[in-house]
Design a binder for this molecule. Structure first.
Ligand SMILES: Nc1nc2c(c(=O)[nH]1)N[C@H]1C(S)=C(S)[C@@H](COP(=O)(O)OP(=O)(O)OC[C@H]3O[C@@H](n4cnc5c(=O)[nH]c(N)nc54)[C@H](O)[C@@H]3O)O[C@H]1N2
Ligand SMILES: Nc1nc2c(c(=O)[nH]1)N[C@H]1C(S)=C(S)[C@@H](COP(=O)(O)OP(=O)(O)OC[C@H]3O[C@@H](n4cnc5c(=O)[nH]c(N)nc54)[C@H](O)[C@@H]3O)O[C@H]1N2
Ligand code: SF4
Ligand SMILES: [Mo]
Length: 754
C-alpha cells in the first residue's frame, strides 16, 4: 500500500504545492511519484520537471550521507559528526583567537532562502561568528532590486510585486519566467497566470535581447541592447512624468513634492529619441509603450536578472546601471498610478511577517545605500549588510602589507561560488590557500571538494518547510506548511542541527564558555519572542516573552520559531489577543494551504523609511542618473569583432546543481553558446564546431549552436556548468556601484573556432 503526502517544493521561488506518493518508509524512505497538488490554494496543480524530480533528489545515491574531513594525505575522507565538528572547533578556535572574527569569511548561497533553517538559524551562526566579512549569491543576483526598494520603501524586502492575477498590462524586462518560473515574484504556475492575463484581454510586453520562451509568448517583444535598460526606462519615465494624465494614485499622499520635481528635472535629457541609438528601440515604440502604461486600466512593470546583472558596453567600458534601472521601474509604477493598486504592483503581507511588518507601522530606520562599511582591499561599500562577492577572492589572497590581516577561513553554506561567481580561477586559488574551508553542502561540488570539512545536510524531505522569505514576495497572500516527510536517517543530520551546532561552536569560541546547540536554539527563540513583544507593529506587543515561550512549548527548533513568528505576525492569534488568528497548528490543519486573498493595499503602513514617506527620488540615485546621462552624447566606438555575452537559464536545471538527476537529463539540459546566423556567417562558423569564447578575464571552450532567437551581436551561454563555466569569462571589476552586484550580462567577448 502506498500513501501520499503534500509538500511545498523547496527548489525554486514558485513554491508549488506537490503531492508525493510514498513508495516506502523503510530505510531512508522513498518516493514513487510526484504530482502537482490540484487543491493547493496557490499553485492549483502546477509542477515543472524539477518538482517531478524531487523523489529522485531525495534518493540520489550521490548525495553525501556522512561528513568529510581532509586527511593527512590531502584527501577528503568520511568521518563521524563528532570528529568533523571537533576539527571545526579546534581550527576555527585557533584562527579566531589568533586573528579575530573578521579573519573568517562567509559565503551564503541560494538554497538558504528556501529553508526554515536558512531563515531562522543561519543569522544566529553569522552573529555567533561575529564577522563583518559576509558575502552571498545576492551580489550575483537580485541585490540592486533590493537596494532600490530599500531606499524607496525602507527595507530589503519591501519589494512591490506585480499583481499578475489582476493586471491588464505587464511589462517585463530581463526576465524569462516561462523557464525560470519567476523570481522576486513568487508566482506558482507563472504560465497559467500569464495565459489568464491574455484570456481577460490583457497584454504582455517582454524586453530582452533574446527571443526567449517568454518573449515568444508575449504580445510584443523588444530586443533591447544588453545593459541599456536603465536608459530606456529613463526615457519611458520621462514621457510618463511629462504627461498631462499623470496621476500618482495611492502613492500621491506619500510623495514629497520637491523630490517629484527633482526627479522630473533629472529625467529631462532622457527622451525616447536621445536613448534610441543606444537601446536600439524606436522612439515611437517607446512612446507607444508609455502611452499604453498610462492608459491601461491596470499595469505593472517588472524587471529581473537581465536588469540587475547587466552592464552597458559602451566606448570600450562596461557601465553598470542595475540599481538605477531597478529604481526607475518603480518610478514608472508610481508615475502610472500603479503602486499599491490592485492590478498594479503591491506589497504582500506574509503570515510569518518580515522586515516590512516589524518595528513600527509607517516608519523605520530605513537603510543606508551605499552601506557604511568598506572592503579592506578595494574599499568597496557594503550593501544591505554584506560585501560584493566579487571582492571575496582578493580579501583572501591579499594580506594587508602592514598588519597581515586577511580572510583565513571561509564558511560556504549552501553555495557553489567557484561556479556561480566571477573569476572562478582566482577564487579557486584563493580557496586553496585558506587555512580552513568549511562547506555545508549535501554534494561534492567544485567548491565543496576544496573544503577541509564538508558537512552534508539531510534530504529536504526530512525537514519541515514554510516559505518565510518568499511569502514576502508572493503574488497572493497565502500560508502553507509542510511537515517533514521522513525522519532523518541514522547517521545523517538535519540542516538546522548542523547550523545550530556550528553556531554553538562559534559562540563558545567567542565567549570562552562552552555553549550547547540546545542553548543556542533557546537563545534564538527567546530573541524572536523578545522582538515580538517589543514591536508596536506586532500582534502581541507588550506581552511577557516568557509567556510566548511557554505557549509554543514543547516545540523546539525551526517549528517553535515559526510558531512564534506566525502568532505574533500580521494574521496571528497574538497569543490570545486575536483569538481567531492563526497559529502554526492552523497551517498544519490545512495541508493544501490557507488562502489569505489577493494582495491588499498597504500604504502607508508598509513604509519603514525614516521620513514615513516614499523616497521617490533618493539623492544618490539622482546623482547616478545624472552621471549616466553622459553616454547619451557619445558614440560606442567599439569594433564589431566582439559579441556581447548574455546568460541563460535552462528549464531542466537549478543553477549549478541537480545536473545529474535522471529526470532532468536530455532536452535543453546541455551547455552551448548560441549565436545568430548572421554572426555565424560573418565568422564562418557552423554548429558542428566548438568555439573558444574569450574575455578580459579568461576563456572557455564550448559547443556552438546557431539560432535566430539570439539578437545579432550577442552570444548566449548558460551558467552553472562546472566544465563550461561562464563565470571564467566574468571579471570582478564590473560591479554596480550601489547594489554591489557583478555585471554578468552585456560584457564583450571574442569568439573563434577551435
Ligand atoms: N554568470 C552567471 N552567474 C550566475 C548567475 C547567472 O545567471 N549567470 N546566476 C546567479 C544566481 S541568480 C544565483 S541564485 C547564484 C547561485 O549561486 P550559489 O548559491 O553559489 O549556487 P547554486 O548552484 O545555487 O549552489 C547551491 C549549492 O547548495 C547545495 N545545496 C542544495 N540544497 C541544499 C540544502 O538544502 N542545504 C545546503 N546547505 N546546501 C544545499 C547544492 O549542492 C549546491 O552546491 O548563481 C549566480 N551566478
Ligand atoms: N529552470 C531553472 N529555473 C530557475 C533557475 C535555474 O537555474 N533553472 N534559477 C533560479 C534563480 S536562482 C533565479 S535568480 C531565477 C532568475 O529568473 P529570471 O530572471 O526570470 O531568469 P533568467 O533566465 O536569468 O532571465 C533573465 C533574462 O534577462 C535577459 N537579459 C540579459 N541581459 C539583459 C539586458 O541587459 N536587458 C534585458 N532586458 N534583458 C537581459 C536574458 O536573455 C534572460 O532572458 O530563476 C530561478 N529559476
Ligand atoms: S516551478 Fe519551482 S517550485 Fe514549482 S515544481 Fe518547479 S521547481 Fe518546484
Ligand atoms: Mo538566483
Amino acid at each position: 500500500m502506498s500513501d501520499s503526502v503534500l509538500r511545498i517544493c523547496p527548489l525554486c521561488e514558485a513554491n508549488c504545492g506537490l503531492t508525493l506518493t510514498i513508495a516506502s518508509h523503510e530505510g531512508t524512505g522513498s518516493i514513487a511519484s510526484v504530482r502537482g497538488d490540484k487543491h493547493d490554494v496557490f499553485s492549483h496543480g502546477f509542477i515543472c520537471p524539477k518538482g517531478v524530480s524531487l523523489g529522485e533528489l531525495h534518493s540520489d545515491p550521490t548525495r553525501l550521507k556522512a561528513p568529510l574531513v581532509r586527511n593527512s594525505l590531502g584527501d577528503l575522507e568520511p568521518t563521524t559528526w563528532e570528529i568533523a565538528f571537533g576539527v571545526v572547533r579546534e581550527r576555527l578556535g585557533s584562527i579566531i583567537r589568533e586573528h579575530g572574527a573578521h579573519s573568517v569569511g562567509m559565503f551564503l548561497g541560494n538554497p538558504n532562502v528556501h529553508s526554515l533553517s536558512g531563515a531562522f538559524i543561519l543569522p544566529a551562526l553569522i552573529k555567533a561568528i561575529g564577522t563583518e566579512n559576509r558575502f552571498s549569491a545576492s551580489t550575483v543576483d537580485q541585490m540592486p532590486k533590493q537596494a532600490a526598494s530599500a531606499m524607496m520603501f525602507g527595507t530589503a524586502l519591501s519589494v512591490a510585486i506585480p499583481d499578475i492575477d489582476r493586471t491588464n498590462y505587464l511589462l517585463m524586462l530581463g526576465a524569462n519566467p516561462l523557464v525560470s518560473n519567476g523570481s522576486m515574484m513568487t508566482s506558482a504556475d507563472f504560465p497559467g497566470r500569464l495565459r489568464a492575463l491574455h484570456k481577460r484581454g490583457g497584454k504582455v510586453v517582454v524586453v530582452d535581447p533574446i527571443r526567449t520562451r517568454t518573449a515568444e509568448f508575449a504580445d510584443q517583444h523588444l530586443a533591447i541592447r544588453p545593459g541599456s535598460d536603465a536608459l530606456w526606462l529613463a526615457a519611458l519615465a520621462h514621457v510618463i512624468y511629462q504627461s498631462a494624465e499623470l496621476d500618482l494614485g495611492a502613492a500621491q499622499p506619500w510623495i514629497n513634492r520637491e523630490q517629484f520635481n527633482a526627479l522630473r528635472e533629472h529625467l529631462t535629457p532622457f527622451t525616447p529619441e536621445s536613448v534610441a541609438h543606444i537601446t536600439g528601440i524606436d522612439p515611437d515604440v517607446t512612446r507607444e509603450v508609455a502611452s499604453s502604461l498610462l492608459s491601461a486600466s491596470s499595469a505593472a512593470v517588472y524587471g529581473r536578472m537581465g536588469t540587475t546583472t547587466s552592464g552597458l558596453f559602451w566606448g570600450d567600458t562596461v557601465i553598470p546601471m542595475a540599481t538605477v534601472g531597478s529604481w526607475l521601474i518603480d518610478v514608472i509604477n508610481i508615475g502610472i498610478g500603479s503602486l499599491d493598486k490592485p492590478g498594479g504592483v503591491m506589497f504582500p503581507l506574509a503570515v510569518a511577517g518580515g522586515p516590512s511588518t516589524e518595528g513600527t507601522s509607517g516608519s523605520g530606520h530605513g537603510v543606508s545605500i551605499p552601506g557604511r562599511r568598506r572592503t579592506r582591499v578595494r574599499n568597496l561599500p557594503s550593501v544591505l549588510g554584506e560585501f560584493p562577492v566579487s571582492a571575496l577572492a582578493e580579501e583572501i589572497d591579499t594580506p594587508d602589507p602592514d598588519t597581515g590581516q586577511h580572510i583565513r577561513a571561509v564558511f560556504v553554506v549552501g553555495g557553489n561560488p567557484i561556479v556561480s561567481t566571477p573569476d572562478s580561477d582566482r577564487l579557486r586559488t584563493a580557496f586553496e590557500s585558506l587555512d580552513l574551508l568549511i562547506s555545508v553542502d549535501p554534494y561534492l561540488t567544485a567548491t565543496s571538494s576544496l573544503a577541509d570539512v564538508v558537512l552534508p545536510v539531510a534530504s529536504p524531505l526530512t525537514r519541515p518547510h514554510h516559505d518565510v522569505v518568499f511569502n514576502n514576495l508572493a503574488v497572493r497572500n497565502q500560508a502553507r506548511y509542510s511537515p517533514a516527510v521522513f525522519a532523518v536517517p541514522e547517521g545523517e543530520m538535519d540542516e538546522s542541527d548542523v547550523l545550530l551546532t556550528l553556531a554553538a561552536i562559534a559562540a563558545g569560541i567567542n565567549s570562552g564558555n562552552p555553549v550547547t546547540p540546545e542553548q543556542m536554539d533557546d537563545l534564538i527563540a527567546h530573541t524572536v519572542a523578545q522582538q515580538a513583544v517589543n514591536d508596536t507593529a506586532s500582534r502581541c506587543q507588550g506581552l511577557d516573552p516568557d509567556e510566548l515561550m511557554a505557549a509554543v512549548s514543547p516545540q523546539r527548533g525551526v517549528d517553535r520559531i515559526l510558531d512564534l513568528r506566525i502568532r505574533s505576525g500580521p494574521y496571528g492569534d497574538g497569543f490570545g489577543i486575536h483569538p481567531d488568528g492563526l497559529t502554526l497548528q492552523s497551517l498544519i490543519d490545512s495541508p493544501h494551504g490557507i488562502d489569505l486573498g489577493p494582495l491588499q493595499p498597504r500604504l502607508p503602513e508598509v513604509l519603514r523609511t525614516p521620513s514615513g514617506q516614499i523616497e521617490l527620488a533618493p539623492e544618490i540615485l539622482l546623482t547616478t542618473l545624472a552621471a549616466i546621462q553622459n553616454v547619451l552624447t557619445t558614440e560606442s566606438g567599439t569594433g564589431n569583432d566582439r559579441l556581447l555575452l548574455i546568460g541563460r537559464r535552462q528549464l531542466r536545471s537549478n543553477n549549478s546543481w541537480m545536473k545529474d538527476i535522471p529526470t532532468l537529463q536530455g532536452g535543453s539540459n546541455f551547455p552551448s553558446a548560441q549565436i545568430h546566423p548572421i554572426d555565424a556567417t560573418k565568422m564562418s562558423l557552423d554548429d558542428t564546431v566548438e568555439v573558444q569564447v574569450s574575455s578580459d578575464a579568461g576563456s572557455i571552450v564550448i559547443a556552438l549552436e546557431i539560432t535566430d532567437q539570439v539578437s545579432p551581436g550577442c552570444i548566449c551561454i548558460p551558467h552553472g556548468w562546472t566544465d563550461f563555466n561562464v563565470n571564467a569569462l566574468i571579471n570582478v571589476f564590473n560591479i554596480d556601484p550601489l547594489g554591489g552586484t557583478a555585471v554578468l550580462s552585456g560584457i564583450p567577448v571574442s569568439v573563434s573556432a577551435v
